[in-house]
Design a protein around this ligand. Structure first.
Ligand SMILES: CC(C)(COP(=O)(O)OP(=O)(O)OC[C@H]1O[C@@H](n2cnc3c(N)ncnc32)[C@H](O)[C@@H]1OP(=O)(O)O)[C@@H](O)C(=O)NCCC(=O)NCCS
Length: 190
């Protein structure tokens, strides 16, 4: 089921599952964040169509969740203005654990798209992929992301000191988790 969201700018955004035709938009957003250099421990943008398509096929094959935010007034691929994935853990015995990643296009940040994407993705990962717990990590310098995650109920488990080296500066990694049933019980009205 899709969700319509009206931004304070008056724009209407649809929150929905990823389709094949969204792939270029999703990677455009990811690459933009890589180029910002402030939020992800990745140095190089993904340009290969093969790699982008393989990512899509793996998501669908493994029943992983990718939720996108679409502004259908914009031309493809710019219509996809954010995305949130909940991917499977690498470990057999952690099949109940989803690993969350999120990106919102620069121009569309601080408009509640992130909160809505995460809410939708958490719920769908329980219903469609049997997840019980969501984990994530963030640069300790990413104050907006940490504020949002805490606001949604994520708890800080700990910090890996100097986990990343970006532009000759060490950055700590903050590890967080959330139990989905606790989240749903605390947000029953939605
Ligand atoms: C982090 C991100 C996904 C959040 O999405 P978003 O759409 O901007 O988030 P929302 O608008 O739903 O919520 C942002 C919240 O952060 C708050 N915020 C904004 N700047 C902040 C700052 N510098 N410090 C603390 N809080 C801040 C906003 O006020 C809002 O909180 P509120 O609802 O209590 O008012 C988005 O900003 C983004 O894509 N950033 C770059 C990529 C990234 O950091 N990804 C996550 C990697 S772990």
């Amino acid at each position: 089921m899709n969700k319509d969201l009206e931004l304070k700018t008056g724009e209407i955004v649809v929150i929905r599952h990823l389709t094949k035709s969204d792939v270029d938009g999703v990677w455009f957003n990811f690459n933009e964040v890589v180029e910002e250099g402030d939020y992800l421990p990745v140095f190089f943008p993904v340009r290969s169509q093969l790699e982008k398509d393989a990512w899509y096929h793996n998501i669908k094959k493994d029943h992983e969740i990718c939720i996108v935010a679409e502004n259908s007034d914009l031309k493809k691929p710019y219509n996809i203005i954010g995305q949130c994935e909940v991917l499977n853990s690498d470990w057999d015995a952690a099949d109940h654990v989803g690993v969350l990643g999120i990106v919102v296009r620069n121009k569309y940040r601080n408009l509640t798209i992130g909160r809505n994407l995460i809410d939708f993705a958490i719920r769908e990962s329980k219903t469609l992929n049997n997840k019980k717990k969501i984990i994530l990590s963030s640069f300790s310098t990413n104050e907006r992301a940490i504020h949002l995650f805490k606001n949604l109920g994520f708890e800080v488990l700990g910090v890996r000191k100097k986990q990343f080296l970006m532009d000759s500066n060490y950055i700590d990694e903050v590890l967080m988790e959330l139990w989905i049933d606790d989240y749903i019980n605390q947000n029953l009205k939605k």
